[in-house]
Structures are given as C-alpha cells and as structure tokens.
Design a binder for this molecule. Structure first.
Ligand SMILES: Nc1ncnc2c1ncn2[C@@H]1O[C@H](COP(=O)(O)OP(=O)(O)OP(=O)(O)O)[C@@H](O)[C@H]1O
Length: 251
C-alpha cells in the first residue's frame, strides 16, 4: 500500500539527510508505528507519502503509483485516498463539529444528502454523536482529536496517517484515541502513526519501525520500545516482517 524504494530526503545540503535510503513496505491493512527521537525523520516520512515533499532520490509508491511521477492535477486524488491526523487537531475554529467533518466531503463534491447521512454515522463511530452542533473550543482536547479523526476518515481513505495524534493528550484520553484508530484499522484502513509514546506502542503491540537520524534501525511486528529521555531502545519483537510483496494497486 505504501512502498519506499531506497528513499533519501535531504532538505538543505550539507545537513545530514532527514531520511536516508529508506526501503520498506507497509502492506494493505497494516498498523505501523513510526518511532524515533525528535528529528529522526518521522514527519518527513509522512510528508513524502502525501507528496508535500519529494524524495531527493529513490521513489515513494502509494497504492501502486509512484507519487513523484503524479502530475500535480492528480495530487488531490492521491490525498483523497489518505486521511491525516495531527497532534494539534487543526480543526476549523469557526465551524461546528458537524461542519468540520462535512467540509471534507464538500471539497470533493459530495451531495448534501450524502453528507447529511454520512456525517452523523462517522461522528457516532468516534463517540461524538451528540456533539455535532458544538464549536471546537467547546470540546476537550480528546474530543477535538476525535473530530479530526472523523474528518480524516469520512471519505473512507485507504490509508490513515497520524502524526503524534496523542501528543497533546493525557494518557487516558490518548488510550481512547488509540481504541478508535484500532477500530478504523480493523475495518481495513492501513494506519501509519508517528509517536514518541512508549506506553501506547507497548500496549498495542503492532509493527514498529524505528528511525534514528533518518535511517531505519529496527522494523518488527509485535514490537515495543522503552523511551529513555529522547533515546528510544526497542526490545525484540516476536515476528519477522514479511518480505516485500509487489502488489500494484490502481490509484
Ligand atoms: N522543511 C524543512 N527544512 C529543513 N530541514 C527540515 C525541514 N523539515 C525537517 N527538517 C529536518 O529534517 C530532520 C527530520 O525532521 P522531521 O520533522 O522529519 O523529524 P521528526 O522525527 O518528525 O521530529 P519530531 O518528533 O520532533 O516531530 C530534522 O533534522 C529536521 O531539522
């Protein structure tokens, strides 16, 4: 579903590369944590998938398409297939919860009837059925993140990218967010989540890809890690990653 083929990304030479010779695949339906200290390259990975950045060398494939080769008019089509959630929620402050989620459908031309039907369903799946009329500032941080998740998945993307989605939340609220991401993954969406949060990684026991100074230093299924300050030490996982599978899907 996502394939990095010897990807290197250098922002400003002669700085060390933000990502260096990354060669990995995230299969359809996978749940993968991207872990690593600040500056290790997690957000760069996510930006490359979205084609917000382009590789300095190598290629990034999403659903079988080399995203670097996409003409710019097709980039919105790529992004329609990818939901994104950030640490700071990024809701539209002057719109209600319902309108924030509806907006994601409006921009791709969905009908009012479809929006009226779909938005309440999605709000229900994130536990906000009763809060469609609230404004973002009337919600807790955890609730705001649920709205952001609802907005990210309302168009049923194949992939959900989450960049530190629990970073601004207390542990209990973060666990609630993880339950929702887990459910979304169980329904078939491929999830890639960048995080520093060792408690969450150790509880979920999913694939863990560790970056260190832009290099993959560990890639394990059922992995865990223990953060020591900004130093992350991964312990052994229990399963090897399956070899690259060359499935090519139409975008
Ligand atoms: N737009 C940019 N221009 C120049 N350098 C950048 C840019 N974005 C990131 N970098 C550099 O690339 C490296 C990787 O940054 P990146 O944001 O991908 O790390 P990260 O693991 O997501 O960090 P954090 O956990 O702090 O968000 C860092 O050295 C950073 O300073």
């Amino acid at each position: 579903m996502i394939r990095f083929d010897h990807v290197t990304k250098v922002y400003d030479a002669p700085q060390h590369p933000a990502l260096s010779d990354i060669d990995l695949e995230v299969d359809r339906g996978d749940f993968a944590f991207l872990v690593g200290a600040s500056g290790s390259g997690k957000s760069t990975f996510i930006r490359l998938v979205l084609r917000e950045e382009r590789p300095s060398s190598g290629s990034v494939h999403v659903a079988g398409t080399n995203v670097d080769k996409l003409p710019s008019w097709k980039v919105p089509l790529l992004r329609r297939n990818i939901g994104v959630v950030f640490q700071d929620f990024r809701l539209l402050p002057n719109k209600t919860v319902f309108a924030n989620v509806a907006f994601a459908m409006q921009v791709i031309g969905r009908s009012r009837a479809m929006i009226r039907e779909t938005v309440p369903q999605v709000l229900e799946t994130v536990g906000l059925k009763e809060k469609g009329g609230r404004m973002p500032h009337e919600l807790s941080g955890g609730e705001q993140q649920r709205v952001a998740i609802a907005r990210a998945v309302v168009n049923r993307p194949a992939i959900l990218l989450a960049d530190e989605p629990t970073g601004n939340l207390d542990p209990e609220t973060g666990r609630g967010i993880m339950e929702i991401l887990d459910r979304i993954n169980q329904n078939g969406t491929t999830v890639v989540m960048a995080t520093h949060d060792d408690e969450i990684v150790n509880r979920m026991r999913r694939r863990v890809i560790e970056l260190d100074h832009g290099k993959v230093v560990r890639d394990e299924r059922g992995g865990e890690y223990h953060a020591v300050g900004d130093q992350l030490v991964l312990s052994a996982g229990n399963q090897a990653i399956a070899p690259f599978d060359s499935e090519e899907d139409e975008l």
